[in-house]
Design a protein around this ligand. Structure first.
Ligand SMILES: [Mg+2]
Length: 374
């Protein structure tokens, strides 16, 4: 028996019917509902998650009433319902910084748009930033800036794609800057060469850092003279997290941060929100090569605090994918991906995108974690 979007009240009767017929029973639930009957979770990596309430009797099958939890070695993707618990009984919480603890709409994202405009002489639509983020592989905002500039220059040299078509292709090719370069590879050779000549990554990065850090911090952190004299957008990053939330979460859980920011910029944001995170509980751009959605940093943080169940909350699809990837890679722990709607993804459309990427839950803001993780 297979039931799609099976509501909670029909799960027990459905399993009972399967038992009478001695049939296997599999189902999916609506949205993020956890099953109310005993199940095995068959697919942790994709949505919808298929729950196995009962396997058929006979050779190779297991009776529903004596169903054993799948062992980690047999199938790392399967966690028994018992091990997941009824809710998300986590013992560690890992938080993304941008779009979760601080609002970067008027800082990082603004710096991306303005750097492209200044260096390439043409503005891009603010929605383009989110389109790149959704394509995946753009956890590093310098690389996103490079890709957006590449799009502008390639258009100028004859690429016939709008931003949605371009970022769709980037996603299909695996995401990130390499995929963006590959899309531009569709242009004739001469046009490609012209794009390459105009693509000044150093100028883009220096402009970005000057705008973002402002002159004073630029001299201190980057060394040398900034291209532009400004106050810096980093000083305009509104806090998204209440002090009580930090107090509550750190009292109940081991809390770490995982961010694509360079370490010094992570310090500034954490100081701004009043969050004192020990060095061994943070992963920044300077601590690892791979970047999200690679699972290594999340798994390592979980190891360091000796956690069994880890919730990772972030504002992009790559954050949720990071949790999914960790869940697949690390058979000894359970990882939950939680989407936060205070970054580029908002409202109902944001919820749907998170759900489609395999989020275990979606919250309006990081402060909702206090209740969600009770
Ligand atoms: Mg973020």
């Amino acid at each position: 028996m297979y039931a799609r979007n099976l509501p909670a009240e029909l799960q027990s009767p459905t399993v009972a019917l399967a038992e009478r017929l001695d049939a296997a029973c599999l189902f999916t639930t609506l949205g993020f509902e956890e099953p109310v009957v005993e199940v095995q979770r068959r697919s942790a990596a994709s949505r919808p998650v298929v729950y196995v309430a009962r396997r058929p009797a006979g050779p190779g099958g297991t009776r529903g009433d004596e169903m054993e939890p799948a062992t980690a070695t047999a199938n790392p993707n399967v966690h028994s319902a018992a091990s997941r618990g009824s809710g998300m009984q986590v013992d560690a919480v890992v938080l993304d910084i941008d779009g979760v603890l601080v609002d970067v709409g008027d800082s990082y994202r603004r710096a991306i748009l303005e750097s492209v405009d200044r260096v390439c002489g043409k503005p891009i639509d603010p929605a383009a930033v989110q389109a790149f983020k959704n394509a995946g592989g753009f956890n590093n905002d310098w690389e996103l800036t490079d890709a957006a500039a590449l799009f502008v220059l390639a258009r100028r040299e004859g690429l016939r794609m709008d931003i949605d078509e371009f970022t769709d292709r980037v996603r299909e090719l695996g995401g990130g800057l390499d995929a963006a370069k590959e899309v531009v590879g569709d242009l004739p050779r001469v046009a490609q060469a012209r794009v390459r000549d105009q693509w000044d990554r150093d100028a883009l990065r220096e402009t970005f850092q000057a705008l973002y850090l402002g002159s004073e911090l630029y001299r201190e952190l980057e060394g040398g003279e900034p291209l532009i004299e400004t106050d810096g957008y980093i000083h305009d990053e509104p806090t998204l997290v209440d002090p009580e939330t930090i107090t509550d979460l750190t009292a109940r859980f081991d809390v770490g941060v995982l961010t694509g920011r360079p370490a010094v910029e992570a310090d500034i944001a954490l100081e701004r929100v009043g969050f004192d995170v020990p060095d061994d509980r943070r992963f920044t751009m300077d601590d690892w090569e791979e970047g999200k959605p690679h699972p290594r940093a999340l798994v390592e943080l979980a190891e360091r605090v000796d956690a069994d169940r880890v919730a990772f909350a972030g504002d992009t699809l790559d954050d949720v994918r990071t949790a999914r990837n960790a869940d697949e890679t690390d058979a000894t722990r359970v990882y939950y991906g939680i989407g936060v709607l205070t970054g580029g993804l908002t409202g109902e459309a944001g919820r749907e995108k998170f759900a489609a990427s395999g989020a275990d839950a979606v919250v309006e803001d990081v402060n909702e974690l206090v209740e969600l993780l009770e």
